[in-house]
Design a protein. Structure first.
Length: 126
């Protein structure tokens, strides 16, 4: 099994004991991203800005792995308030085109650093 650790300066450094992504053969497992600015390592303000930052962070890691969000086959979205579900769908359509990846959206009690949204995913390189 060929396992490669993926790193991008375009996404926040890991704030725990994990890698930004791990590539095994042609599959890339993207760790959860919250709305941290990769330069300041501070959470951006507001749900809309956080959702955009999450997808931009995921895109940076996907690019470092040799792919793009177009190759994400599974996405998990975690929200501290499910009333933001429609907003996530709207913003997601700016980053993902049909056919969309499989997805779960889950309401959670809290996220690291007080984030409002987090997403992780699985990407298969072609």
């Amino acid at each position: 099994m060929a396992k490669h650790i993926i790193h991008s300066d375009g996404a926040p450094q890991a704030i725990g004991t994990y890698s930004q992504a791990v590539k095994v053969n042609e599959t890339v497992y993207l760790s959860g991203q919250i709305g941290l600015d990769p330069v300041s390592m501070q959470l951006v303000e507001g749900i809309e800005n956080q959702v955009h930052r999450v997808f931009n962070n995921l895109a940076a890691v996907a690019q470092a792995a040799g792919g793009s969000l177009a190759e994400v086959v599974k996405l998990n979205v975690f929200l501290t308030d499910l009333s933001h579900f429609a907003l996530v769908n709207t913003i997601m359509s700016e980053y993902f085109k049909q056919p969309y990846p499989a997805r779960a959206a889950v309401g959670v009690a809290s996220l690291p650093r007080g984030a409002l949204v987090e997403a992780d995913g699985v990407m298969v390189l072609q």
